[in-house]
Design a protein around this ligand. Sequence first.
Ligand SMILES: Cc1cc2nc3c(=O)[nH]c(=O)nc-3n(C[C@H](O)[C@H](O)[C@H](O)COP(=O)(O)O)c2cc1C
Length: 366
Amino acid sequence: MAANAFGTLFTVTTFGESHGPAIGCVVDGCPPGLAIAPEDFRADLDRRATGRSRHTSQRREADEVEILSGVYEGRTTGTPIGLLIRNTDARSKDYRELTETFRPGHADYTYWHKYGIRDPRGGGRSSARETTMRVAAAVIAKKWLAERYGVRVRGHLAQIGALVPRRFDWDAVEDNPFFWPDPDMVAELEGYVDALRKAGDSVGARVTVVADGVPVGWGEPVYGKLDAELASALMSINAVKGVEIGAGFAAVAQTGTQHRDEITPEGFLSNHAGGILGGIASGQPVVASIALKPTSSILVPGRSVNLAGEPVQVRTIGRHDPCVGIRATPIAEAMVALVLIDQALRHRAQCGDVGEVAPRVPGSRA
Ligand SMILES: Cc1cc2nc3c(=O)[nH]c(=O)nc-3n(C[C@H](O)[C@H](O)[C@H](O)COP(=O)(O)O)c2cc1C
């Protein structure tokens, strides 16, 4: 079980390395009849892409998706969908020194010990380049979820370093390179990230994803809990060190009267549960947040060891993100969408005949 595959009924298997000839994935279990064209992938792949602003890595990949199988005359056929993206802007010479050392905070040391061999070019398989294929696979998931159930999955950056939005406007999120919901703070963020980059340092971030329109009932009661699967999927994103569902760790300081989401005939009075009760969607928005650590490949020298076990100073050159959280929003959305489509198909398989159950409070969907 090499664990490069994800999902139960809607499965995604990714392959490829940062500086190999291509990256790709196989999506299996997609319902037939969904209209999919190469242009469908453009928007989300551009949102995830590097080189989109001066605040992310300057690697410029075309990220053109080739659909190799599973789509006939523009519609999914129910057979495995093969997607391929060729790597066009890899600069492996930047990484020559890394064949001899281990970057502190990166996966170099652990890959070396696990496999006894590693591809150091751009981080190889541990590079966030792999997440491109998650975003591509999730384009299919998002489209099906929206068309079949009216589910919308969207995310935003919720914190960078100590900065938090002072006001919230979903409409602003796609208008700046940070996915930041407070348009009045964008100049402040630019100054902050510019100063970090100049100092050769990096910082952590928080991303929040909200899925609206998730019908009550999706999720499994014990081992396949919706929140457990979201946590696992989100934690599988590079550099993620924490996941919260709804109120998350803030629940520790809440009382029961504050936390429980009271139910009235007019609807739920709050959503501290993040739209999930007993592992099953409540019909409220599903809300999940992730904490991303600061980029470990930075210009400020740090101590490590070389292959001989001798002490060395590592200063990582190459093209890196000063804050990996800036590009993480579409990746987090992708993992939420992949979990939701998988749970939707599982719910349909077991409980598709249950039908409408009363009472249904507003805000919940069939
Ligand atoms: C969108 C995104 C971009 C990233 N870019 C970089 C980068 O430029 N340099 C770097 O050292 N790590 C980067 N990372 C993080 C590494 O991939 C990650 O820290 C590494 O694989 C070790 O895994 P871990 O942090 O999950 O333990 C990025 C992560 C994400 C999600």
